[in-house]
Ligand binder design. Structure first.
Ligand SMILES: [Zn+2]
Length: 213
């Protein structure tokens, strides 16, 4: 028997009335008090500041430049997701300054709720490195990881996680949980948020705006 509801599993925005609220929440400041260590990006001012830092040189400026460069790759992935009508989230895995993997959210087209950008980037990184642990690696993601991805990042033993904007609905590293900084857990990672925040937020907002139109 033909069941229209099953034949239409991709009607995600209609099926999730909470999405506009998510969009609205994302429009606020990306990093509040108690944020993870690091400088929130407030757009042009922050970019100018980072350029000044770069002019000054030093390890901090190098890290800032590297973080922005890899987050730009994650943003490219997020844009690719949007083109595929997926919620625009991208992630990359970097080890010793080298790109191990890059991926974007594919939950709808893969019809798989676990196909988050971070999960796929991690899986590719395990494959390409031949390692079951990504010790020393940094994961860049355009949206704060959810609980599933935060668990995976913990299992992978990544050293550092950098994200652009918080996810007030499901974020597990700062918004609703502290999966990689809880002293009761056996693995913790260095956290940084707010890198390329305005770009990531714009992508999410325009995606959800287009769904409401
Ligand atoms: Zn996730």
């Amino acid at each position: 028997m033909f069941v229209p509801a099953l034949a239409n599993p991709l009607s995600l925005p209609q099926a999730r009335p909470a999405l506009p609220a998510w969009d609205r929440l994302l429009s606020g400041p990306s990093a509040g008090p108690g944020a993870a260590a690091g400088a929130p990006d407030s757009g042009a001012a922050a970019r100018a500041e980072s350029l000044e830092l770069g002019a000054l040189g030093g390890p901090e400026a190098d890290l800032e430049r590297m973080d922005r460069a890899f987050m730009e790759l994650a943003l490219e992935e997020a844009r690719a997701a949007a083109k595929e009508d997926e919620v625009p989230v991208g992630a990359v895995v970097v080890s010793a300054g080298k790109l191990l993997s890059r991926a974007h959210n594919r939950t709808r087209n893969a019809a798989h709720p676990l196909a988050h950008a971070e999960m796929q980037a991690l899986a590719q990184a395990f494959h390409s490195s031949g390692q079951a642990r990504l010790v020393g690696a940094t994961v860049y993601t355009t949206l704060e990881p959810c609980f599933m991805c935060a668990g995976a990042l913990s299992h992978a033993r990544v050293a550092r996680v950098v994200w652009a904007v918080r996810d007030p609905k499901f974020g597990a590293l700062a918004s609703l949980g502290a999966v990689l900084s809880d002293p009761r857990l056996n693995h913790r990672a260095e956290l940084k948020e707010g890198v390329c925040a305005s770009e990531a937020r714009d992508l999410l907002q325009s995606f959800f705006r287009s769904k409401r139109a």
